[in-house]
Ligand binder design. Structure first.
Ligand SMILES: NC(=O)c1ccc[n+]([C@@H]2O[C@H](COP(=O)([O-])OP(=O)(O)OC[C@H]3O[C@@H](n4cnc5c(N)ncnc54)[C@H](OP(=O)(O)O)[C@@H]3O)[C@@H](O)[C@H]2O)c1
Length: 225
C-alpha cells in the first residue's frame, strides 16, 4: 500500500487508517521522507516528488509489492486562470494532473502483478465546480477526474479497482485560511478505505460533493460556488 503526500493532512490520516485496518507494509511517500517517519515499523517512508519522473521510477522499483496506490498529493492556490501567473497554473497541473498520471503509469504493472489491486485518485468537488479565483485548481482536478475515469476503463481488464474521491472542504493545511464548514481528514480517510474494501468506484465524501455531482445534470450556473 502506498500513499503519496503521506506526511500530513489526508495522506497522514490514510496511513493511520491503513495501519488501524491491519495493513502490512505501508509506504509513506513524501517529498521529505523524514516528515513521513512513523513509530509503527510497518511504515516505510519513501522520498517521492510526484513531479519528478526519476523519483517516481525509483519508488515503483522499491515498492514493487503495492496492491493499493493512493494518489493523494496535491497543491492549490495558483489562482485565477484569467489573471494569475500562468506558470503557477502549469505547476499546479504538473502536481495535480501529470503527477497522478505518471504514478499510475508506473504502478499499473505493479498492481497487475498483484492481481489487480486498487488505485485511488483524490480529486475534489472542484473537479466539477467553478469557484472564482480557483480556476487553475479546478482545471487540474477536472483533468485528473477525466484521467481517473479513463484509467478505470483501461485497467478493468487487469482487475484494478479505480476509485475517484470527491470532497468539498476538509480540515487540513490546504484550506486553513478558509472559514467554511469542513469535514475531518480522518473521516474522509475512513470513507475512502471503506470504498476500497467494498469495491466502490466513487466516493462523495461530503455534502458539497454530493450536491455538485447532482448539479452536473442541471444548468451551468448550478456549478458555481
Ligand atoms: N483540504 C481540502 O479541503 C481538500 C478538498 C478537496 C480535495 N483535496 C485534495 O486532498 C488531497 C490532500 O490534500 P490535503 O488537504 O491533505 O492538503 P495538505 O495538507 O496541503 O497536504 C498536501 C500534501 O501533498 C504533498 N505534495 C504536494 N506537492 C507534492 C509533490 N510534488 N510531490 C509529493 N507530494 C506533494 C504535500 O507535501 P509537502 O508536505 O512536502 O508539501 C502534502 O503532504 C489533495 O489532492 C487535495 O487537492 C483537499
Amino acid at each position: 500500500m502506498l500513499v503519496t503526500g503521506a506526511n500530513r493532512g489526508l495522506g497522514a490520516a490514510l496511513v493511520e487508517g491503513l495501519l488501524a485496518r491491519g495493513a502490512g507494509t505501508v509506504y509513506a511517500a513524501a517529498r521529505d521522507p523524514r516528515t513521513a517517519a512513523h513509530k509503527d515499523p510497518r511504515v516505510v517512508p519513501l522520498r517521492l516528488d510526484v513531479t519528478d519522473l526519476a523519483s517516481i521510477r525509483a519508488v515503483a522499483e522499491r515498492a514493487d509489492d503495492v496492491d493499493l496506490l493512493v494518489n493523494n498529493a496535491g497543491v492549490s492556490g495558483a489562482g485565477s486562470l484569467l489573471t494569475a501567473d500562468p506558470e503557477r497554473a502549469r505547476a499546479e497541473m504538473e502536481t495535480n494532473y501529470w503527477g497522478p498520471v505518471a504514478m499510475l503509469r508506473a504502478f499499473a504493472p505493479v498492481l497487475a502483478a498483484r492481481g489487480g489491486g486498487a488505485a485511488v485518485s483524490v480529486l475534489s468537488a472542484l473537479s466539477w465546480a467553478a469557484m472564482p479565483g480557483a480556476g487553475a485548481y479546478s482545471a487540474s482536478k477536472a483533468a485528473a477526474w477525466s484521467f481517473t475515469n479513463t484509467a478505470r476503463a483501461e485497467l478493468r481488464e487487469q482487475g484494478t479497482l479505480v476509485v475517484g474521491v470527491h470532497l468539498g472542504f476538509m480540515d487540513t493545511d490546504m484550506v486553513a485560511h478558509l472559514d467554511v464548514p469542513k469535514v475531518a481528514a480522518v473521516d474522509v480517510a475512513d470513507r475512502i478505505l471503506d470504498a476500497v474494501a467494498a469495491g466502490e468506484e466513487e466516493v462523495l465524501a461530503d455534502g458539497p460533493a454530493r450536491a455538485l455531482k447532482e448539479a452536473l445534470a442541471g444548468p451551468p450556473k448550478g456549478l458555481e460556488i
